[in-house]
Every structure is written in C-alpha cells, then in structure tokens.
Write a protein that binds this ligand. Structure first.
Ligand code: GRF
Length: 201
C-alpha cells in the first residue's frame, strides 16, 4: 500500500556527486523538535509519521515540506511498514534520518538502508535512562539531572552511541511537566546544532 501523502513532493538538495543530502524527520506527535530543525533553516525534505492528525504534520505542511503517514495497521507487519517508509524517504533523497519524538522502534530492514545515518533525540541521560518514560524514571530515581541527548539509532531501545548531550538539572519541586519543559528548551538548542554538523560531514 502506498503512504497517504500530504503537501508538496519535494526533492532534497543534492550534492555534486549525486549524494542524498536531505533530512527526513520521523514524528509521532507534537513536533516541537521538527519545528526547531525547520526554524534553523536545515534542509528538511520529508516528514514521516506513524500517526495521522498530529501537530507535527501541520508543522510540515506549514513549512511546505512533503509528509506522509505510515500507520502500522495499513501494512502486513513492521518490516513491511518500515520498508515502505524507507522507500518513501529515499524517493525524497533523504540522506539523514532524525527521529524527533518518533515513538516506534525501527526495524533492521530500515536501519540497513540508512546505515549510520539515523539519529534520535531523547530527554534523559543515556545509557542510564532509556525507554518511553525516562523523565518519570529520572525523578523516581532521585537523579540530579535529565539531559537533552542526541544519539545514533541502533536496533535496541536508546542503546546507540551518544553524539552529544546537554544536562538539565532537576530543581526542587520539579514535576515531569516542569522538567520536560526545560529539557525541550535544551533539545531545541542541541538537536539543530548536532544535525547541522552531521549534514556538513
Ligand atoms: C522529546 O522530548 C524527545 O526527547 C522525545 O520525545 C519528545 C518529542 O517532542 N523522544 P516533540 O514531538 O519534538 O515536541
């Protein structure tokens, strides 16, 4: 099945040797990190979501960036979904994939297509606080800090090599929400910087 596309189908910037140089962003929800990449003027050429009707897709449309939805239920299994998503990203000449609030694990069939070119932003120190509820875990552990963390994606849950991190101190009286707000500020600084550096490589 083909993805449900939205917005203009745009090709990405291409290097002199024809390399794929655009950024593909994977999202599942709000998309504030996608917005930070767009606001930084980075060459985001494609946005893929596993969920329809999320704010991140509105942000892509607002920026005139091609987007598509790859809901798991529309495919036979995760491998088929991830292969279709990789095909679509390659058709937009994506050379670097950024998971920005993408709440699904990527299958090996996808990672093999973008070997060493998939990164994720995570709101807590790694390897200490992986998983889907890291800020809850930071507070429950009495840890001194969360962190905006950008890391390479491998087949594990937040187990890939850390590229850069910015510590965010836990303050007295912090809730998950107050801590998350400060981590987001750090993410919006760090992610565009790291992605810009990776694009320049
Ligand atoms: C970020 O805090 C990121 O660390 C985590 O999911 C959140 C996504 O936020 N993986 P947004 O959708 O970019 O606003």
């Amino acid at each position: 099945m083909s993805p449900r596309g939205q917005g203009a189908a745009s090709g990405g910037p291409e290097g002199a040797a024809g390399q794929r140089r655009g950024i593909g962003v994977l999202v599942s929800g709000e998309g504030s990190n996608l917005q930070a990449l767009l606001d930084a003027g980075l060459p985001v050429v494609a946005v893929a979501s596993n969920r329809p009707d999320v704010r991140a897709l509105e942000r892509a449309a607002g920026a005139g960036v091609a987007s598509a939805v790859f809901e798991l239920g529309a495919y036979d299994d995760r491998d088929a979904r991830d292969a279709a998503m990789a095909d679509w990203l390659e058709s937009h000449r994506v050379g670097l994939v950024v998971c920005a609030g993408y709440m699904q694990l990527l299958r090996p069939v996808f990672l093999a297509r973008f070997s060493g070119r998939v990164v994720n932003v995570h709101p807590a120190p790694l390897p200490d606080f992986p998983g889907a509820h890291p800020l809850e875990d930071v507070l429950a552990a009495g840890a001194p800090a969360a962190a905006a963390t950008v890391h390479f994606v491998d087949e594990g849950v937040d187990t890939g090599e850390v590229i850069a991190a910015e510590s965010v101190a836990v303050l007295p009286g912090d809730s998950v929400e107050t801590l998350r707000a400060r981590v987001h500020e750090a993410e919006h600084r760090l992610l565009p910087k790291v992605v810009g550096e990776l694009c320049a490589r």
